[in-house]
Design a protein around this ligand. Structure first.
Ligand SMILES: O=C(O)CCC(=O)C(=O)O
Ligand SMILES: [Fe+2]
Length: 240
């Protein structure tokens, strides 16, 4: 798993280090319930009709102008992901956007507002750019005890709950986001092609607050064109 942060943390928090993240379960269940209720009640939000996984979409969440501006920002922050996570399955370029930029703050507020999660629980938005041949292999956004950073992450905001991900452009060929363990019709898994300005929102936890194995997903290789996305992850507790 790959993760980046801006420098808003220190080395404390050891009292939560050895609980394996189990103490987050109630909070993860609660945030699951809250966000589900909010999104279900929002007529602009579409829930994909799939079993055992909470996956929502909003078309045109960002305007064309916002997408263009965001693409320029991603170009300015993107660095090879492999530098930070050798062999980790992510060959795109990525980086944190400036959380203090007023334009980013405005967009961040809009995402926080849509999902209804306390902004303090949200990580800094991350931008990614995929060139032909680049991909983000099947992975979980949530942490697992086998991750080298598990103890540290659990001490600094805990487990990841929801993911919000926006496409900033259309890709000529390839680059879909696939959920190989979630069928849209029997035997056919969910595969979402990039659609400029569209936002996807999914819960990495099951309704009981435990990691959902069906949240496995991949950014498929771009074949032709360039793919730009933004990702925002939310934690069980304030991200510090
Ligand atoms: O690029 C995609 O389609 C998926 C990105 C992703 O999974 C992530 O940023 O965690
Ligand atoms: Fe992901």
């Amino acid at each position: 798993m790959v993760f980046f942060r801006s420098g808003k943390r220190d080395a404390q928090g050891s009292e939560t280090q050895n609980n394996g993240g189990d103490s987050d379960r109630a909070a993860l269940r609660r945030v699951g319930d809250q966000v589900r209720a909010r999104l279900d009640a929002d007529p602009a939000v579409y829930r994909l009709p799939v079993e055992g996984f909470e996956l929502y979409a909003v078309g045109d969440f960002f305007t064309r102008t916002e997408c263009e501006r965001l693409i320029a920002i991603v170009d300015s922050v993107a660095r090879p992901s492999e530098t930070y996570n050798p062999g980790g399955g992510r060959t795109s370029y990525s980086g944190d956007v400036d959380p203090h930029d007023p334009f980013i703050r405005m967009l961040q507020r809009r995402i926080d507002d849509l999902v209804g999660i306390d902004p303090a629980f949200g990580e800094t938005i991350q931008g990614q750019r995929y060139l032909p041949g680049q991909e983000f292999k099947a992975h979980f956004d949530h942490f697992r005890p086998s991750d080298p950073m598990w103890e540290d992450e659990i001490a600094h905001g805990g487990q990841r709950s929801w993911t919000a991900m926006a496409y900033l452009n259309a890709v000529e060929e390839g680059g879909s986001t696939d959920f190989p363990k979630v069928d849209i019709t029997p035997g056919v898994h969910v595969s979402i092609p990039p659609q400029p300005g569209a936002l996807l929102i999914w819960n990495n936890m099951a309704p009981d607050g435990r990691p959902n194995p069906r949240s496995l997903h991949a950014g498929c290789p771009v074949i032709k064109g360039v793919k730009y996305v933004l990702t925002k992850w939310y934690r069980a507790r304030p991200w510090v």
